[in-house]
Design a protein around this ligand. Structure first.
Ligand SMILES: [Zn+2]
Length: 310
């Protein structure tokens, strides 16, 4: 309770001198409280939602409030186009062949990892692998459900002597598999080095037409009666989940001259089952690296009915 109140006070201070802002701390607290206690939304997300609404209401640009950035845990970043401060360790630097990019790599803190990009034209200090930095004024971005941060000419980089043990956002969720999303089953990926994009009608959005390499995956939605979570089973997990190997899947597709038959078969086998899954959460998705089937379709219906009636 006290926590919600102090968030409400901070939000109020942040917008207090903005035109068109006439909301009291009590009203902000009430909105946060609804998210957190009625809908079980994590406080950080609730705060983000409420804050975004006030940006709209006061027609103010998040950039103009730059000095009031929130210092965020890397694992909590789940919105694009937000100005934030982070402190993290450079886990990995990648080569970039794009001239516009100065540096690109992966940065992490205890709560997770995130891709970062520094533009060449921003003329920033170079980040060293293994070093810890405080980064003020970075902008969040999103691509296909994965979040990133962009360093820009407003970014302030301060080396830090903090020790950081980088975590991997591992989470566990359980629920009924209520939906299988398109792009599940037997898919083809771009064979280009470091690309692996899923081909759409035999085309990669970056590299055009190509032969492609077969892969198996399931993108699904787990529902625990309160909340839904999007999950991705990779080839190995899908083989366990649907009890089919990639080779068998290819054979089945070949027999019927139709790759969608595999997705349809898998769907029929697993939809409605009740699962517990674990793995790192990257953007919207939990990338499943272990799972357990807790019940069949009937059990799942029963559990959902019970959960909803609580
Ligand atoms: Zn490609």
């Amino acid at each position: 309770m006290a926590e919600v109140r102090s968030h409400a006070e901070e939000i109020h201070d942040q917008f207090a001198d903005r035109d068109g802002f006439d909301v009291t701390v009590d009203e902000i607290e009430e909105r946060l409280d609804t998210f957190v206690n009625d809908y079980q939304v994590p406080i950080d997300e609730a705060r983000q939602t409420v804050t975004n609404n006030y940006y709209d209401q006061t027609k103010s640009d998040p950039e103009s409030l730059r000095e009031n950035n929130e210092h965020r845990d890397i694992g909590s970043i789940n919105t694009a186009d937000e100005w934030v401060d982070i402190t993290g360790k450079v886990v990995e630097l990648w080569e970039s062949d794009a001239d516009a990019v100065g540096q690109v790599g992966l940065m992490g803190d205890e709560t997770g990892r995130i891709k970062f990009t520094a533009w060449a034209k921003s003329d920033l200090d170079t980040l060293e692998e293994g070093a810890v930095y405080q980064l003020e004024n970075v902008v969040t971005g999103e691509y296909q459900g994965r979040y990133s941060v962009k360093l820009n000419s407003n970014t302030r980089i301060t080396p830090s002597d903090e020790t950081i043990e980088v975590g991997d956002n591992t989470t566990e969720v359980e629920g009924a598999l209520v939906a299988i999303q398109s792009g599940s089953g037997l898919i083809k990926r771009c064979p280009h080095d470091d690309c692996t994009r899923v081909l759409n009608d035999g085309r990669c959005s970056e590299h055009g037409e190509g032969e492609g390499e077969f892969d198996l995956r399931v993108k699904g939605v787990l529902d625990d009666g309160y909340d839904v979570e999007e999950v991705i089973f990779n080839q190995e997990m899908t083989e366990d989940l649907a009890e089919i190997t990639l080779a068998e899947a290819k054979e089945r597709a070949m027999d019927t001259l139709d790759t969608t038959v595999v997705g349809d078969d898998i769907r029929a086998d697993i939809i409605g089952g009740y699962y517990r899954v674990g793995g790192p959460k990257l953007g919207r998705y939990v990338l499943v690296d272990e799972f357990e089937r807790l019940g069949t379709r009937g059990d799942a219906d029963e559990i959902l009915i019970q959960a909803r009636s609580l």
